[in-house]
Design a protein around this ligand. Structure first.
Ligand SMILES: Nc1ncnc2c1ncn2[C@@H]1O[C@H](COP(=O)(O)OP(=O)(O)O)[C@@H](O)[C@H]1O
Ligand SMILES: [Mg+2]
Length: 242
């Protein structure tokens, strides 16, 4: 009902209490050289207008999404995004989510394939900033790694249809690739796989709680099942090799 609507080169989305802050954030990161996020164009009482980014947004995962080149590029883009948000002035900002105690950067909080724009298997855009909020780099990386590695059970698992095409050893190797690409040779930004996975458990359990509450409020059984899946996937992380 509130789906974004494209008219030519413009996307119209419903305005939320944080839209004004997000437009300021998009202008800030674009000024810093991040030209792969939409340009804020206009704000009315009910809607926002953003520039349309050409390309495709994968919702069903195509096989190329698992290419190492995609994984490394996504990690680099996330690093660029975080770096560009470090000096954003959060005073008077309005965010949709409660603020984490660690607020080194502005987390996108939903940096997943379904919010990335691709062209010729290259990530050319990032969209959907509704969940942005101050937080730590690792907090944001945890969800992106969960989706892009992906850190999910491999092979037949009768409970949930979302699975990883990779066995556990390969999941660990891809996690290291992701962490290396994010660090870009700078040791202070090279987080350990163990820290990332610990954060991923916290992150998935937080999403599970939020999804369950929202599913109950809206009487939506599909959401309640998603909440179960996040919790289950979080519980499986401990079974990965060191
Ligand atoms: N600026 C944009 N450029 C290109 N496509 C967009 C843009 N904004 C939204 N879309 C398209 O609309 C879909 C939904 O938009 P999104 O902003 O992710 O909202 P939500 O996920 O809350 O419905 C996206 O998957 C994408 O296909
Ligand atoms: Mg979206």
């Amino acid at each position: 009902m509130n789906a974004p609507r494209r008219v030519g080169e413009v996307v119209h989305r419903v305005r939320t209490p944080s839209t004004e802050t997000i437009h300021r954030l998009l202008r800030h990161v674009r000024f810093k050289g991040i030209d792969w996020v939409p340009q804020p164009l206009a704000l009315t009482d009910s809607h926002e207008a953003l520039s349309y980014l050409h390309g495709t947004v994968p919702h069903e995962m195509p096989s190329w999404i698992w290419e190492e080149s995609v994984l490394c590029q996504v990690a680099s883009r996330m690093r660029e995004w975080h770096d560009a948000t470090m000096d954003f002035d959060s005073q008077d900002a309005v965010w949709a989510l409660e603020i984490n105690t660690d607020s080194a950067v502005i987390c996108h909080n939903d940096f997943a394939p379904y919010n990335c724009v691709f062209m010729d298997q290259r990530m050319v855009g990032l969209i959907d900033f509704d969940l942005c909020a101050p937080g730590s780099r690792l907090w944001d990386m945890a969800y992106t790694a969960y989706r892009y590695i992906p850190v999910m059970p491999h092979g037949q698992d009768p409970r949930f249809h979302e699975r990883s095409p990779f066995p556990p050893e390969e999941i660990c190797r891809r996690l290291d690739l992701f962490l290396d690409a994010y660090a870009h040779g700078q040791p202070r930004y090279r987080h350990s796989r163990q820290d990332l996975l610990r954060m991923m458990i916290l992150r998935l359990n937080a999403i599970a709680r939020w999804t369950l509450r929202y599913g109950q409020e809206t009487s939506n059984p599909a959401l309640m099942q998603n909440a179960d899946m996040y919790e289950y996937h979080a519980s499986r992380i401990a079974t990965l090799p060191d």
